[in-house]
Design a protein around this ligand. Structure first.
Ligand SMILES: C[S@@+](CC[C@H](N)C(=O)[O-])C[C@H]1O[C@@H](n2cnc3c(N)ncnc32)[C@H](O)[C@@H]1O
Length: 155
């Protein structure tokens, strides 16, 4: 099962990048024995600044073929970490790859949002897209730990 985080904009060397790399590496290592992952980051960049629709076209080209399309959106579903883990486990059991899409400064174009299989919210507040990448990477690692039954996740 492959996972991709498809995001708008290039993340340069930064504390956020270090966190993302760390969580995704740990997720990949722990997930190998469970058929979870690996997870990679695919960055798209609208160099001409043509806006949300142009970004959406770039994102659609980068989506893993045949994958479950999940948009990260403050208007999406609010779920607990165990619920998120259960979804991930279900996709794994169904042999589905998953692409998570994080929008740029203007968000995700409505047309692309309408194509999503699921929309996930990290709360009703709007977070900077670089932080959303970090939060998603951590939740993937956490989900792997929940599915593995380790004590990392405590309620
Ligand atoms: C700065 S936000 C853009 C917000 C924009 N006003 C909009 O209408 O979507 C950039 C991206 O971060 C993600 N994001 C921001 N806050 C989020 C939240 N609470 N839950 C899930 N994703 C979020 C979304 O993918 C969003 O497109």
């Amino acid at each position: 099962m492959k996972l991709a985080i498809c995001a708008v904009g290039r993340l340069r060397k930064s504390p956020e990048l270090a966190l993302i790399e760390d969580y995704l590496e740990r997720f990949g290592k722990a997930g190998r024995a469970m058929g979870l992952g690996p997870a990679s980051v695919i960055e798209v960049e609208d160099k001409k600044n043509l806006g949300m629709e142009a970004e959406a076209a770039l994102i659609e080209r980068a989506v893993l073929p045949g994958s479950v399309l999940v948009t990260l959106d403050e208007r999406g579903d609010l779920v607990s970490s165990p619920e998120f883990a259960a979804r991930l486990g279900g996709w794994r059991d169904a042999a589905r790859d998953v692409t998570f899409v994080i929008g740029g400064a203007d968000g995700i174009a409505p047309g692309l949002r309408a194509k999503a299989d699921w929309s996930l919210s990290f709360g009703r507040m709007v977070w900077p897209h670089m932080l959303v990448r970090v939060m998603l990477a951590e939740q993937l690692y956490r989900a792997g730990q929940i599915l593995a039954g380790t004590p990392y996740h405590r309620v």
